[in-house]
Design a protein around this ligand. Structure first.
Ligand code: NAD
Length: 489
């Protein structure tokens, strides 16, 4: 890949103890929409993680003794400062990740702001429990305290959004943190560090160490003074983190991959279902853990659905991420693009039909984007349930559509994968919606909608999609240690 000569390379630094610290070696980071190296990210290892953990440990005593109200004010200030720079953050997220500016501006950055505001508020409303035993002359109550230094590891698909979903509850509860964003998308985390001092976040409360998973990530996971790890990423990495942290008995929250079904019954309102299912399949280039990738359509409406679904998909434009008419930007990397394309090739080799997108339609890109990692939204039909396209997480703009006959059958097929993150169910029959939702093996079920979230309620997956839940109460419980105290009077 060529360097972007027209502009100087952006060079990031670690943020440790409230100071920006250079690193001895760096990793190249690419602009996915041009294929150029445009940024250098610290290649941190044990030494940098050690310094960050020390800073976080030193800051813990004071930060954990502040009142929830004091911490809440600081989180709100940080939210205001990010919101003030929303456009700059959105542009940076798009350039770094490949997503459209439109998506970053309306989803990623507003949600990052909201994460801080939400936990700034929710921390003020948490109460502990109390029970009485009059016959024994005892009262029992629970007390909760922050755990210490939290290790936070986040992926590349929703960079600032998912990182702040961890930082906000961790520090709201009085922990201090060492965060490691994905080495492929580090820029917005670094920009946020620049706002910490102004927001009043004391030095050492939030430390960010940049680098790869194998070096920086693992050093954090293995550090004896980091008792809890909140991780979002792939199932494979989660297995490795579980093994590495086992000798220390660390507390883990693991938010992992998905292979999410959409179940569309013949009484569904297709005027709502089709545009929403196109969005749930292709939003953010299909690079959201919650994206739909297996669409089960009841046989009576299968042909009609397919025709309308393909027509709706074709309305989604792929290209230059800053162009407001574009809906699908670039995929994260050249390697990932190849991987996603290979799934389409495998499906074709197995006899499935590619109805639109990859290998079927042509993609015209502006001259500056010829080397970007673009791919058209792709719809595949007649894929066997046991095919890798129906079993493995593709994490790109590819969705499979298959027919089913009965409710019983579709529940079994929808549950027939190792993952269990999210599902959507489309039907106007209220009884059926409840029945099906109860039996689906996944942490989230959306009926007649997708990705409508109330952050108060638990978020997370079953089976290979994760362990633990995050949300107002769940994150509070994860980021605090509970104690039961009994008083005899
Ligand atoms: P990944 O597992 O490769 O990396 C995630 C993070 O872990 C990165 O910061 C990476 O550097 C780090 N890492 C990698 N190896 C490590 C190791 N040995 N020790 C410690 N840290 C390590 O995942 P990705 O490719 O960045 O993200 C895509 C995956 O994330 C998909 O599977 C997607 O479904 C999942 N995801 C899940 C959710 C959810 O909430 N369930 C949300 C978004 C993404």
């Amino acid at each position: 890949p060529t360097m972007a000569h027209s502009e100087a390379l952006l060079v990031l630094e670690n943020f440790i103890g409230g100071k920006f610290v250079p690193c001895s070696s760096y990793i190249d980071s690419y602009n996915p929409s041009t294929g150029d190296v445009y940024c250098r990210v610290p290649d941190s290892g044990k030494e940098e993680v050690e310094a960050a953990v020390k800073a976080a440990k030193d800051a813990f005593r004071l930060w954990s003794s502040r009142s929830p109200l004091e911490r809440s004010r600081i989180l709100n200030k940080l939210a205001d400062l990010i919101e003030h720079d929303l456009e700059a953050f959105a542009q940076a997220e798009s350039k770094d990740q490949g997503k459209t500016v439109k998506f970053a501006r309306t989803v990623d950055i507003p949600r990052a702001v909201h994460n801080f505001r939400f936990f700034a508020s929710s921390i003020l409303h948490r109460v502990t429990e109390c029970t009485e035993m009059p016959a024994m002359g005892c009262v029992h109550y629970t007390s909760r305290a922050p755990v210490g230094v939290a290790g936070l590891i986040s992926p590349w698909n929703l960079p600032l959004y998912l990182l702040t979903w961890k930082i906000a509850p961790a520090i709201a509860c009085g922990n201090t943190v060492v965060a490691k964003p994905s080495e492929m998308t580090s820029v917005t985390a670094w920009m946020m560090c620049k706002l910490m001092e102004k927001a009043g976040v004391p030095p050492g409360v939030v430390n960010v160490v940049f680098g790869t998973g194998a070096k920086a990530g693992e050093a954090l996971v293995c550090h004896p003074d980091v008792p809890l790890i909140s991780f979002t990423g792939s199932t494979l990495t989660a297995q490795r983190i579980t093994e590495k942290s086992a000798p220390h008995c660390k507390r883990l929250s693991l938010e992992l991959g998905g292979k999410n079904p959409a179940i569309i019954f013949d009484d569904a309102d297709l005027s709502q279902c089709i545009p929403t299912t196109v969005r749930s399949s292709f939003a953010n280039q299909g690079e959201i853990c919650l994206c739909t990738s297996r669409i089960f359509v009841q046989r009576g409406i299968y042909n009609e659905f397919l025709k309308k679904f393909v027509a709706e998909t074709k309305k989604w434009n792929t290209g230059q991420p800053s162009d407001p008419t574009i809906d699908i930007g670039a995929l994260i990397s050249k390697e990932h693009l190849e991987k996603v394309r290979n799934y389409v090739k495998k499906a074709q080799a197995e006899g499935a039909r590619v109805l639109c997108g990859e290998g079927v339609d042509s993609l015209a890109l502006p001259p500056g984007n010829q080397k970007g990692y673009f791919m058209l939204p792709t719809v595949i039909a007649e894929v066997k349930d046991e095919s890798c396209c129906m079993q493995e997480e593709i994490f790109g703009p590819v969705t499979c559509v298959v027919a089913f006959d009965t409710e019983e059958e579709v529940i079994e097929r929808a549950n027939g994968v190792k993952y269990g993150l999210a599902a959507t169910v489309w039907s106007r029959d209220v009884g059926r919606v409840h029945r099906v939702a109860r039996r689906l093996q996944c942490g989230l079920v959306w009926t007649n909608c997708w990705l409508v979230r109330d952050l108060n309620l638990p978020f997370g997956g079953m089976k290979a999609s994760g362990i633990g839940r995050e949300g107002a109460k769940d994150s509070y419980e994860f980021f605090t240690e509970v104690k039961t105290i009994t008083i005899k009077h």
